[in-house]
Design a binder for this molecule. Structure first.
Ligand SMILES: *[C@@H]1O[C@H](CO)[C@@H](O)[C@H](O)[C@H]1NC(C)=O
Ligand SMILES: *[C@@H]1O[C@H](CO)[C@@H](O)[C@H](O)[C@H]1NC(C)=O
Ligand SMILES: *[C@@H]1O[C@H](CO)[C@@H](O)[C@H](O)[C@H]1NC(C)=O
Length: 342
């Protein structure tokens, strides 16, 4: 067997890097613990009127921060006057869920429940229009959170109403949702027509296609196909390849993330990146807590951990992890017991 010296050094690097991350995670853990203590105290101090009214908004806000779109949304497209809906969000509580629609961006669902794990998820990310009969009918949002072996999707039908509001939501088939959204921007008889929004070139092209259908030079299928291509050109439809690319990239990213969460790094570069990320998070935590020092008890524990870690240097990774977890559990209960002292 040939042993490459460079390879050995590389492996040692990766090992070291993992160790640093391990330590940082540990450090972050206590910073978080300290944070939780402070937050707990704050909640106890809330007046007794703290209740359902602000519960929804606060909860939705908090959980929104944890959600992440699986794919980037498409650019704005469609009637220009709808740009007024960009960067705006609308919520509505229906039964025990709050729906939040951010047109041309994302739509999400938040379960209004004190359950320890209420459902919060993205139902879709803005992709393209649904067009029928020369009319923009619905915003199609896809690539939401996964749901068995498919991803959630939502069609948002725009209807005329005297204010912007979510009217209702239904789920015609599993994890595929429909939403009716009222907006004054859909009220003018021409507000949602496609033809006037097109460039002159595309209008001419469309007229040619219409002419060929009338003259029976093309079939209705051929007409539909050409119109579809025209809407792709206009940016109202995503091409099949663009859709494929989006979803494949998202899946690839998720697989990679899963691998990293399991502590597998392909390269030293990835390891370093991970280290930077954790370090940034830790720094941010410290900033939030406005207390850069971990109390002396915790520091002692960390030092002890490091000591133990050194002694365990030769043991296998998995048993090390087990020991780490049991130590953490111990430390946590110790910390809980001494909670009242300080
Ligand atoms: C959804 O879109 C809004 C508006 O663009 C944005 O502020 C928000 O961060 C998005 N939500 C997620 C989970 O990315
Ligand atoms: C198509 O839209 C036009 C006006 O936008 C309307 O008058 C016509 O009835 C619609 N046709 C169908 C088949 O829906
Ligand atoms: C949603 O509201 C629309 C308009 O008010 C109504 O026509 C439709 O039946 C409603 N759908 C559901 C599922 O409630």
């Amino acid at each position: 067997m040939k042993i490459d010296k460079g390879e050995i050094i590389h492996q040692q690097f990766v090992k070291m890097c993992k160790k640093i991350i391990f330590y940082l995670l540990f450090h972050a853990y206590f910073t978080v613990l300290k944070g939780i203590e402070m937050v707990n105290m704050k909640i106890v101090e809330e007046p007794s009127s703290y209740g359902m009214n602000n519960f929804n908004n606060q909860q939705t806000q908090q959980e929104d921060n944890q959600l992440k779109m699986r794919v980037p949304p498409s650019k704005f497209s469609g009637p220009q006057h709808l740009t007024r809906l960009v960067n705006k969000c609308f919520s509505k509580q229906i039964d025990s869920y709050t729906y939040k629609l951010c047109p041309f961006s994302n739509v999400s669902q938040h379960e209004d429940s004190y359950r320890w794990n209420p459902y919060n998820g993205i139902l879709g990310v803005w992709q393209e229009w649904e067009i029928h009969n020369n009319t923009f009918v619905a915003m199609v949002m896809r690539e939401g959170d996964n749901c068995g072996n498919l991803f959630r999707s939502m069609k948002v039908f725009l209807r005329c109403g005297n204010k912007n509001e979510i009217v209702n939501v239904s789920e015609p088939s599993t994890c595929q949702y429909h939403m009716n959204f009222n907006t004054p921007y859909a009220c003018h008889p021409h507000a949602m027509l496609v033809f006037p929004t097109l460039s002159e070139e595309l209008r001419n092209e469309w007229e040619l296609i219409e002419g060929r259908l009338v003259n029976e030079e093309i079939t209705i299928q051929g007409y539909k196909k050409r119109l579809h291509a025209l809407f792709e050109k206009a940016g109202y439809y995503l091409s099949g390849t663009a859709k494929d690319k989006l979803s494949k990239e998202a899946v690839k990213k998720e697989e990679k993330k899963e691998k990293e969460e399991n502590g597998e790094f392909d390269t030293l570069y990835q390891c370093t990146q991970e280290y930077q990320k954790i370090k940034q998070q830790l720094d941010a935590l410290k900033m939030v807590l406005k207390d850069p020092m971990v109390d002396s008890k915790t520091k002692d524990s960390v030092n002890k951990m490091e000591e133990n870690d050194k002694q365990n240097k030769n043991s296998k990774g998995s048993s090390k992890r087990k020991k780490f977890i049991s130590k953490l559990t111990n430390l946590m209960s110790k910390k809980d017991n001494t909670h009242g002292e300080s």
